[in-house]
Design a protein around this ligand. Structure first.
Ligand SMILES: NC(=O)c1ccc[n+]([C@@H]2O[C@H](COP(=O)([O-])OP(=O)(O)OC[C@H]3O[C@@H](n4cnc5c(N)ncnc54)[C@H](OP(=O)(O)O)[C@@H]3O)[C@@H](O)[C@H]2O)c1
Length: 422
């Protein structure tokens, strides 16, 4: 079973990785002349995931295949499958892996056009796509069969008719970990969630967040199936089109009142919640560092940003950056805001598959970010952490009021950064 790294020519040779290129210490590489590839182009030009062929070969070790200084057009020796590549954080991982010369397998569901942007994140022929279904083991196996690294970013913020939280966050994670082990994958990096625990405290949902409960079960199952897996427990990640700043910046999370007043319903008006958001790009750096460092195997990382903020201070700051006047922002008690609850139910009814937020997502907003004592963080991986204040103006710029108005200097005062919490 062979695959050719098309577009990955090193000098006069083209390298062909074998099925076992990823097996521990048993990497096999076939080297064929370019003239041969030209003659067999129809057979061997791309990775043959569906109908693999054999090509003329000689065996060697995978390390022999490493070429170049580590940039996009070199080959790092890493073939990585990134499950959940179509989500918000997927592009950060694929981009970094492509940039350092990895071959990246991008399993996706739905329309292939949804993931087409990822194609440009690596050298020609190095970003490869494969349709999968989370419950179809054959398709998952196929996605991992040539890889020595698997990153699992699959997770769901809301339940749908086809998939419950349990199906995605627990059973799906367990299945991928088991199949990765069976396929001989060397490194598995699994994304859980900060605050995931067996019995999360309830705020607006009396029973607590089912997402956090199933993420914890998933994390435990991954540890059982793949004990050396690296687990990342991220806090809210911010970046372009994230699920955190965008949640507040878009109109669904607020209720418009009379006289231009905007109401944002929060549990205890946000005074009891503390958040520690992390920049997605820093998390991307952390993923690469963790995959390259053999000392990270089997560790669980709490992925948090450098600063902690009280939720009410943070949201007031976000709205000030969005050019709302502080006198027009009202943080109200969540449980007393009937219009917002009706609005939320209506949105979830109209958009059941991917609503902008669900009640479970709202519940998670009010959970204070808590680090597990002893767990290493991004700082331990040597990542330079970026505070939210340094990025927020850029990340939520498209949502600002008067965006097409050419403001004079100082017309909209620069808001002070939110005070830091402990
Ligand atoms: N973003 C955050 O602030 C944050 C915080 C804590 C934890 N996390 C965790 O970190 C990981 C990455 O986050 P993210 O923000 O990139 O998540 P995301 O944008 O919601 O993306 C989730 C990915 O999982 C895939 N997925 C969901 N259900 C699936 C199913 N039933 N079958 C196959 N694929 C499925 C999605 O595919 P489709 O595109 O096809 O739906 C998408 O690629 C997730 O596990 C998330 O739970 C994120």
């Amino acid at each position: 079973m062979w695959k050719v790294q098309s577009g990955c020519n090193f000098g006069l040779k083209t390298f062909v990785l074998s099925r076992n290129a990823i097996g521990v210490g048993h990497a096999r590489v076939a080297v064929i002349d370019n003239s041969y590839v030209t003659g067999k182009q129809q057979q061997c030009q791309a990775v043959q995931l569906h109908q693999p062929h054999r090509c003329n070969s000689s065996a060697s070790r995978l390390t022999d295949c490493k070429r170049g200084k580590g940039g996009r057009s070199s080959f790092s020796g890493m073939v990585a499958t990134v499950f959940g590549c179509s989500g918000f954080f997927g592009k950060y991982v694929v981009n970094r892996l492509g940039k350092m010369g990895c071959q990246v397998i991008c399993p996706y569901r739905g329309d292939p056009y949804d993931v087409k942007e990822l194609k440009l994140m690596g050298d020609l022929g190095q970003i490869l796509f494969l349709p999968i279904h989370l419950e179809d083991e054959a398709s998952l196996r196929k996605a991992m069969q040539y890889s020595n690294v698997v990153v699992n970013l699959i997770g769901k913020n809301n339940e749908t008719r086809n998939f419950s939280f349990e199906d995605v966050n627990y059973l799906g994670a367990q299945r991928i970990a088991r199949l990765a082990k069976e396929s001989g994958v060397e490194k598995l990096l699994h994304f859980s969630s900060l605050n995931a625990c067996p019995n999360p405290a309830g705020h607006v949902l009396p029973e607590g967040s089912e997402f956090l409960r199933t993420k914890f079960k998933g994390e435990m199952a991954v540890r059982e199936e793949f004990p050396e897996a690296i687990v990342f427990r991220p806090a809210d990640m911010f970046g372009q089109l994230d699920h955190f700043l965008t949640l507040y910046a878009r109109p669904y999370r607020r209720v418009a009142g009379l006289g231009g007043v905007t109401y944002i319903p929060l549990y205890k008006k946000g005074r009891t919640t503390v958040k520690q958001p992390v920049f997605a790009s820093d998390v991307g750096d952390g993923v690469v560092k963790a995959l390259l460092d053999p000392g990270c195997m089997g560790k669980t990382f709490d992925i948090v940003g450098p600063h902690r903020y009280r939720l009410d201070h943070l949201i007031t700051y976000i709205y000030q950056v969005l050019r709302y006047s502080p006198s027009n922002i009202r943080l109200t008690e969540f449980n007393r805001t009937l219009p917002f609850k009706l609005q939320m139910r209506l949105i979830n009814f109209v958009r059941p598959v991917s609503p902008p937020y669900s009640l479970d997502r709202i519940e998670r907003e009010f959970v204070t970010d808590t680090l597990t004592p002893g767990n290493p963080t991004l700082a331990d991986l040597g990542v330079q952490l970026t505070p939210l204040e340094h990025r927020i103006h850029w990340e939520i710029k498209p949502y600002r009021l008067y965006n097409y108005y050419w403001a004079s200097i100082g017309e909209f005062p620069e808001p002070d950064p939110p005070p830091l919490a402990h």
